[in-house]
Ligand binder design. Structure first.
Ligand SMILES: [Mn+2]
Length: 312
């Protein structure tokens, strides 16, 4: 039997109009309950929420597609943060993610829609918990930010093979210093390394950062600047010194293709390597794109299979 074909879609961040345009362009039709395709399925990379103006509309489309078997999805860091923001530590009574002004600001578009209705809010948070942390399918792998065996295997070890965020994992993953914290950070937010000598730079939201996300698959990147993963406009602010320590995760060309979101790429969508592709092209920003990759079982990914719509 042939492998199932999938259309894999990157971070959406509340941009429902572009989501509808993209899935329509890919040939999915609204049957009154959900969008479906006679042969294909969608895989979402997570980060449905925050930033954009159509939070509920995006979730309604995605939930309906997953419920009727037309789509799969992994959890993004924004869904993880939403769960932690909503949930209190049972021992201390404190929220697992602080209700600080920075966190409220980042989460505002979502809170504006859901915080006013307790029942609906609890319901959507419970739905986020049904999203696996990664997917290993026949011939492809899906994770929001970084496929790191070390953490994947460690989570599988403690969870009897489950790929879901249990309450125990959630609690431990919100406390810095626990290995669970580093595991979720890496899988959902990407591998980060500290800059030397306390150096920092300002990210897209104006927050000061002492760590950079790195091109964890790129053997040729040996300096902080060349290994930096993020908007090109920020790269010039990163020092060009040799990296101290290791920033690489072994992901050889013989392994199945892995699809990522998360990284706010810019410009024309292109594969990162023969078997690694990022599909987040900053739809939350003016000038951004919502991007899909049409996968038909190939082991080598090619630029021609990207499909996208521009932000309205
Ligand atoms: Mn993300």
């Amino acid at each position: 039997m042939n492998k199932q074909s999938y259309d894999i879609i990157g971070d959406i961040h509340g941009q429902a109009d572009e989501l509808i345009s993209l899935i329509t362009l890919l040939g999915y039709k609204d049957d009154g309950k959900s969008y479906t395709h006679p042969e294909r399925k969608i895989i979402f990379l997570g980060d449905f929420i925050d930033r954009g103006s159509k939070q509920r509309e995006v979730l309604d489309i995605v939930k309906a597609m997953i419920e009727n078997g037309s789509a799969l999805s992994v959890m993004g860091n924004h869904e993880f943060n939403a769960i932690a923001y909503f949930t209190k530590n049972s021992a201390t009574g404190e929220y697992l993610r602080k209700h600080s002004s920075k966190n409220i600001k980042q989460h505002k578009a979502f809170l504006d829609v859901y915080e006013t209705n307790d029942k609906e809010y609890a319901c959507v948070i419970n739905w986020f918990k049904t999203l696996p942390l990664w997917l290993e399918l026949d011939g492809l792998r899906i994770v929001h930010a970084c496929w790191d065996y070390k953490w994947i295997n460690k989570i599988l070890d403690i969870s009897n093979g489950s790929t879901y965020l249990t309450d125990e994992l959630l609690n431990k993953a919100t406390i810095e210093g626990n290995w669970e914290f580093d595991a979720i950070e890496t899988l959902l937010k990407g591998k980060e390394i500290p800059l030397k000598n306390g150096f920092s730079f300002k990210d897209k939201d104006g927050n000061e950062r002492h760590n950079i996300r790195v091109r964890w698959w790129d053997q040729s990147a040996s300096t902080y600047q060349s290994a930096f993963m993020g908007p090109e406009s920020a790269r010039t602010h990163i020092p060009d010194d040799e990296i101290e320590g290791d920033h690489l995760i072994e992901y050889t060309h013989s392994e199945p293709p892995v699809f990522l979101g998360h990284y706010w790429m810019e410009g024309e969508p292109k594969v990162l390597s023969k078997n690694i592709a990022c599909l987040d092209f900053s739809i939350a920003k003016p000038g951004g794109k919502l991007v899909a990759y049409r996968w038909d079982g190939e082991t080598e990914l090619i630029d021609e299979k990207y499909v996208w719509v521009e932000r309205n």
